[in-house]
Design a protein around this ligand. Structure first.
Ligand code: SF4
Length: 323
C-alpha cells in the first residue's frame, strides 16, 4: 500500500475480521486498552487496526496473505504481522494497568487492570527473547499510587531487563527528577505524553496533571538521553486546531523533542465524556508532512528511534519510516 492508503486505514482505525480470535491480540496500553487489534503489513507500511464488527473496513484472506476492503472494493493487499508482545519485534509491556488520574480519552482508569510484578515482566521478556525476534523493550505504565512510586518500580524493572542487551524505552508519568532515575537504571529512551497541546482543552481532558511539568521533564530529557531519543504523544481529534498543533510541533522539535501524532481512539468506555473524532486521512497526511519538515529543519531523525512507536510505526504516519 502507499502512504495515502495507510492514512486512510488509520483515519478509520478499525477493521472487521471474520474470526477475531484468530489474528487479533488484546492491548493493555493507553487510550485503546482492552480491545483486540491486528497488524497489517503491506510493502514498507504497517498499520495497526482495532477489530470492530461495525467497521467500514473488512479484512479477508487471500490465497497469499490478506486484503483490506472498503465498500466491497479491495484497497490494500498484504499480510498480517505477528506481534511479539503487543507489537512486532518488541516486548511492549504495560506495568501498571490502572491509573489514579482520569484523562477523559483514556480507558486505563476505567479498566482498573492488574499490576505486573518485576518477576512477571521478566518472564514475559524471557519468553519473547526465546523467539529470537526481540529487538527492543518498551515499558509503559499508568500510575498506581504516585508518579514517583511508579518511576521507582519501573526503574528497578529496567535495571533487571538490561540483561537482554536490547534498547529499553520507558513511557511514564513524569515529575521533577524522573530523568535521573530512569537514566541511572539504564533506560535508553523516554516518552512523556503531553496528549493535548491546546492549553484550555488540556485542563478539561487531563484534570489534575501539570502540562508545564511534562514540558520541563521533556526538555531535561533531551540533555540526558540525547536528540532522537525523547518523544511525546500528541493526540489528534480532541478538538484542537491544526494551527495549535503546528505551533507545538515547531516548539517541540526546536527543543529536540520528537512528537508522535496519534489519532484519538474513541473508546466506548469514554463515550460522552469528551469530544473525540478520528482525524481524516487528509489531516493525518498534512500534519505528518508538516512534522517531517519540522524534524528535518531541526536535524531530528525518526528512523534513529530505538524503541516504542517510532520503531513500530503501526499507529501513525511516522516520519523517517513511512515518509
Ligand atoms: S505504534 Fe506504538 S502504540 Fe501503536 S502498536 Fe506500535 S508500539 Fe503500540
Amino acid at each position: 500500500m502507499d502512504l495515502e492508503t495507510k492514512a486512510l486505514l488509520l483515519s478509520v482505525g478499525t477493521v472487521q475480521v471474520a474470526k477475531p480470535s484468530a489474528g487479533g491480540r488484546a492491548s493493555t496500553a493507553g487510550p485503546g486498552a482492552g480491545g483486540q487489534s491486528v497488524f497489517f503489513q503491506s510493502g514498507p507500511h504497517l498499520a495497526r487496526l482495532s477489530i470492530a464488527a461495525s467497521s467500514p473496513l473488512r479484512l479477508e484472506s487471500r490465497e497469499e496473505g490478506v486484503a483490506i476492503l472498503m465498500d466491497g472494493r479491495e484497497i490494500a493487499r498484504g499480510r498480517l504481522a505477528e506481534p511479539l508482545l503487543h507489537c512486532p519485534e518488541q516486548a511492549y509491556i504495560t506495568v501498571s494497568e490502572r491509573c489514579i488520574f482520569d484523562c477523559k480519552f483514556c480507558a486505563v482508569p476505567k479498566l482498573q487492570g492488574g499490576i505486573k510484578s518485576g518477576q512477571t515482566v521478566l518472564q514475559m521478556v524471557e519468553e519473547a527473547a526465546r523467539t529470537g525476534h526481540l529487538r527492543a523493550i518498551s515499558l509503559t505504565s499508568g500510575v498506581e499510587v504516585s508518579p514517583q512510586a511508579e518511576a521507582e518500580r519501573v526503574a528497578e524493572i529496567v535495571a533487571d531487563l538490561k540483561r537482554f542487551r536490547v534498547p529499553i524505552g520507558v513511557s511514564i508519568s513524569p515529575f521533577p527528577g524522573v530523568n535521573k532515575i530512569l537514566k541511572d537504571a539504564g533506560a535508553d529512551e523516554v516518552k512523556y505524553n503531553l496528549e493535548c497541546v491546546d492549553p484550555d482543552l488540556f485542563l478539561q481532558v487531563c484534570p489534575g496533571i501539570s502540562y508545564q511539568e511534562i514540558m520541563d521533564a521533556l526538555q531535561e530529557a533531551v540533555a540526558i538521553f540525547g536528540k532522537n531519543h525523547v518523544f511525546t504523544n500528541i493526540i489528534l481529534g480532541l478538538g484542537e486546531s491544526d494551527e495549535i498543533l503546528r505551533i507545538s510541533i515547531d516548539e517541540l522539535t526546536e527543543m529536540g523533542i520528537i512528537p508522535v501524532l496519534r489519532a484519538v481512539f474513541p473508546h466506548p468506555l469514554r463515550a460522552g465524556e469528551t469530544w473525540m473524532e478520528r482525524p481524516s486521512a487528509k489531516r493525518l497526511l498534512d500534519l505528518a508532512r508538516y512534522l517531517k519538515k519540522a524534524l528535518e529543519e531541526n536535524i531530528l531523525d525518526g528512523s534513529a528511534a530505538l524503541t516504542g512507536c517510532y520503531r513500530c510505526t503501526g499507529c501513525d504516519l511516522t516520519p523517517g519510516r513511512d515518509l
